[in-house]
Design a protein around this ligand. Sequence first.
Ligand code: F6P
Length: 341
Amino acid sequence: MKIGILTSGGDCPGLNAVIRGAVLKGLKSHGDGFVGFRDGWRGVLEGDVMDLPRTAVRGISKQGGTILGTSRTNPFGDGGGPEVVRGTMERLGVEGLIAIGGEGTLAAAQRLSEAGLRIAGVPKTVDNDLDATDYTFGFDTAVQIATEAIDRLRTTGESHHRVMIAEVMGRHAGWIALHAGMASGAHAILIPERQVSMDQIVEWVTDAHKRGRAPLVVVAEGFVPEGREMAHSERGLDAFGRPRLGGIAEQLAPELEARTGFETRATVLGHIQRGGVPSAFDRVLSTRLGMAAADAAAGGHWGTMVALRGTDIVNVDLPSALGRLKTVPEDRYEEAAVLFG
Ligand code: F6P
């Protein structure tokens, strides 16, 4: 069988390992051949394709980014739709697709599957907020990068007796903030799921300062202080028409400085968290997910996605996997909050 692979949405460490896992498993176990669509759904809509022989995936599991390129093109957008996708597949002799992407990509895959197209999904997001899988690849790497950066902020903060605020990714879920904050011993962790007042943040920062520490605050980009409406939308809209978040650290810093009297600096880690080589954990997880996606295709399990459950890789139906955001549960936040201040 000839299978097309695409990577869609924001990139994420581990994408290349998924591609390699799928290609090697498909070739060796099922005799499949592979092509890659360039830049996600754009490549599918326009028939922009590259061959993926074994040599194309040699040594790529440790490379960041995606060798296929990615975009936020919506396959149902202008000039798209199931018939365009079907037309490309028929013209190129592609019998099935493996779509590697986040909630938007998987929802599109589900709609195309309902229209009769043969698609299997691989869940992807550094935010780790897809409910149907225990962990998403890229998350471990992002936490590692954020932790290392926060450790560095700590030493400069200590030297200058400053409050340091690190802003990490996480629009709707604070997993990266929770894990990197715990790992780096933050004095406060602020996440979108949890309303925290400015008074409480001031108290944590002041307590840490009283004990002679340089207070360290880790904030997820989607956090809004209790009772506030931060001007997130000023940063414009993303490709899906949602407000672009970010900038919360820069909004908190002057207010914290004014209220505590401690010099405060904000650092936005941004896309550094998605760049560079994946961790060993992410390479293994990605490779296993890619291999399982090739198996799903060979077994005709279209309309499903692969997922991590415990230590097993399983197949779940796309409709049951979609629409549920995995947010940080209250007890996980309370557990971390014991260490604040
Ligand atoms: O969803 C993954 C993510 O990295 C978010 O954490 C972040 O808000 C967003 O993508 C950034 O998107 P873009 O790469 O389009 O700026």
